[in-house]
Every structure is written in C-alpha cells, then in structure tokens.
Write a protein that binds this ligand. Structure first.
Ligand code: SF4
Length: 141
C-alpha cells in the first residue's frame, strides 16, 4: 500500500510543480523490490524501469546505491534471453535502518482536499499554473 501512496503523491507533486517534495527514485525502487520480494521472491531489474518511467542509467545508479547500503541484493539471471539481475530485498539489513516518514508537510498541500483534483492538469480549466489556492499555499511555504 505504501507504494500506492507514494505514486499518488508524485502525481500530485507533478501537477503542482512541487519538486522538492518528490519521492526519490531510490525510495520508489526499494518499496517495489520489497513488495515483489514478498510476493514473487524479487523482481527482474530491467522490468523496473518501465514501471517507474525512468531510463536504465538513472535506475541502475539508484539500484547500485541501494545495494551499497545493503538494502537490496542483485543476483544475475537470464530474462527473455538477456543477462540482467534479479533484485531482492534484504530485510536483515533494512531492519537496522529506521526510516521516518513525516507526512505532515504533505497533508497541508491544498490539492489533497481539492474537489477538482481529478480534473486539474496542465492546459485545463483547473490547472496548477493558474490556481490561486495553490499559489497562495506555495507563497506561504
Ligand atoms: S485546482 Fe488548485 S488546489 Fe485544486 S488540485 Fe488543482 S492546483 Fe491543486
């Protein structure tokens, strides 16, 4: 469920142009690997890029960072005739790391309670570029 919340928040942040609150690629990858490890024993690295809409270079950099931190491990596999890696969450290491997620700043974003959220977007009648409520909020922050 956590990854669904992250993806929903990212959609809101993109609409708002609020880049400083974007969830890092590393966090997104970690949550997906965690979930897939639980359900399928891991995930093939190359399938991640499409899920996240990122390129191979960007994704590999984030994956290697997570491997260095000991949060995931990579096992070589052949997938669709190509050599790649299977990413597996390593909870023993992860248990040592305490990640605190503070949603308080996020909850203040007016889009969260806006009834026009589903109709709001670039070029539309409701758009973050022209929204007085959002502009006021960003001005206060
Ligand atoms: S109308 Fe304004 S407050 Fe509502 S979702 Fe769009 S940008 Fe956010």
């Amino acid at each position: 469920m956590y990854i669904e919340v992250i993806l929903a928040l990212e959609r809101i942040f993109k609409r708002c142009g609020c880049r400083r609150m974007e969830v890092s690629i590393e966090q997104r990858i970690l949550e997906i690997v965690k979930k897939k490890t639980k359900s399928e024993g891991g995930i093939v690295q190359s399938t991640l890029w499409g899920m996240l809409g990122i390129d191979n270079r960007e994704g590999t950099k984030a994956v290697l960072s997570l491997v260095r931190k000991g949060l995931i491990k990579r096992e070589p596999v052949v997938y669709k005739g190509r050599r790649t890696y299977k990413l597996i969450y390593t909870p023993a290491k992860a248990a040592e790391i305490n990640i605190v997620v503070n949603l308080n700043p996020v909850i203040k974003i007016p889009c969260f309670i806006c009834r026009e959220l589903n109709r709001c977007g670039a070029g539309g009648y409701f758009t973050p570029e022209k929204c007085v409520i959002l502009s006021r909020f960003l001005g206060e922050e």
